[in-house]
Design a protein around this ligand. Structure first.
Ligand code: NCD
Ligand code: ZN
Length: 343
């Protein structure tokens, strides 16, 4: 199979930042995807519906003429989020979920939640109004090994959440471990998970190949090969609980190649091609459309896209750098090639 036509896909986890950087990255996503769940971890974070709507306008203004792209907005959950903001969000046609960041877990997560029990009344409102909870599923305790933080989050926080809020729709974002795959698989259908291209393509050796590789540093960290293997199996299984979310997270080159470098990998420009490589290598191209184009929309209760994209088995060069609004950014596989192209 040298060409593959699928319903236009959506990206269910995306960072586009603000200002000049936003303007430079939105076209990469809008060229492939019809919609994307937009992460709210700006500084300051997007905590109100009004702010989410203003942010949506900024994104729409960056969509190239002729392209159609719908940003699906989210709110950033804090210990001060009032339950009535949840009702407002649920009634707003442009807000689709609320994101839980454990405080300090990742980029711009300082205003996140320290004590999950404190936000139970807000989560109760989300269950009542059927607004999905998206989770950065890692604990932050310094005594927990950083490679174990996802597995510990499942035991300590996700299991109790599921028990307390049996009707709440939840997405464990960017899962990285076999533990998460098994857990999500075994739970009822109101728990789903997104999987990134980089966690499907790389194992943790990629962070240390011949030296320290800051452009392979993201959170949650890339894990061992057996975990990568479990993620590939889940993504290509046809199980609708697993769907595409790039977590494409642009940081200027200088902010990654630094004494204390930022977490985040930029994959948006060749996102679909990266995923197609994974499915192709797993001999599972027949499952690609479900993962990329159907299961996320079904989970969020949105219509499947009616138009399509065509992928060709054709090698494409990945540039050494991309423009992040006047500064350089380094995409995944910079200076290398991808095996598929998108028309
Ligand atoms: C993301 C970012 O840079 O905003 N970074 C990352 O490593 N994935 C935040 C996140 O999703 O954790
Ligand atoms: Zn993210």
């Amino acid at each position: 199979m040298d060409t593959l036509t699928i319903a236009r896909p959506d990206d269910w986890h995306l960072h586009v930042r603000e200002g000049a950087l936003l303007k430079s990255v939105v076209p990469d996503t809008a060229g492939q995807f019809a919609r994307a769940i937009i992460m709210p971890n700006l500084t300051p974070p997007v905590v109100t519906v009004d702010r989410a709507l203003a942010y949506r306008d900024e994104i729409l203004a960056a969509v190239p003429p002729g392209a159609t792209f719908e940003p699906l907005m989210t709110l950033y959950l804090t210990e001060d989020t009032p339950p009535n903001e949840i009702q407002k969000a649920a009634e707003c046609p442009h807000v689709h979920a609320v994101k839980l960041y454990p405080a300090g877990a990742t980029t711009n997560a300082a205003s996140g939640v320290r004590d999950i029990k404190k936000v139970y009344p807000v989560i109760e409102a989300m269950e009542k109004y059927d607004l999905p909870l998206l989770m950065h599923g890692e604990v932050v305790d310094s005594e927990i090994d950083i490679f174990d933080r996802e597995a510990v989050f499942i035991d300590r926080h996700l299991s109790p959440l599921i028990h307390h809020f049996p009707k709440l729709r939840m997405v464990m974002e960017h899962i990285t471990t076999e533990n998460a795959v098994t857990f999500v698989t075994e739970q009822p259908n109101n728990l789903a998970a997104t999987i990134t291209a980089h966690h499907l393509l790389l194992n943790r050796n990629a962070m240390f190949e011949g030296g320290l590789r800051p452009h392979h540093y993201c959170l949650p960290l890339i894990k061992r090969e057996r975990h990568r293997h479990a993620l590939v199996k889940a993504a290509t299984s046809g199980n609708p609980k697993f769907f595409l979310g790039t977590d494409s997270a642009p940081h200027p080159k200088g902010a990654k190649e630094a004494e204390c470098g930022c977490a985040g990998i930029y994959t948006a420009r060749h996102a679909l091609a990266f995923y197609a490589e994974v499915f192709d290598r797993a001999d599972a191209l027949a499952q690609f459309e479900g993962f990329a184009s159907f299961y996320g929309a079904d989970f969020y209760g949105l219509p499947r896209n009616e138009d399509s994209v065509t992928l060709h088995r054709q090698v494409v060069d990945v540039p050494e750098t991309v423009d992040f609004g006047g500064v350089a950014g380094v995409p995944l596989r910079a200076g290398g090639q991808v095996a598929w192209s998108v028309s």
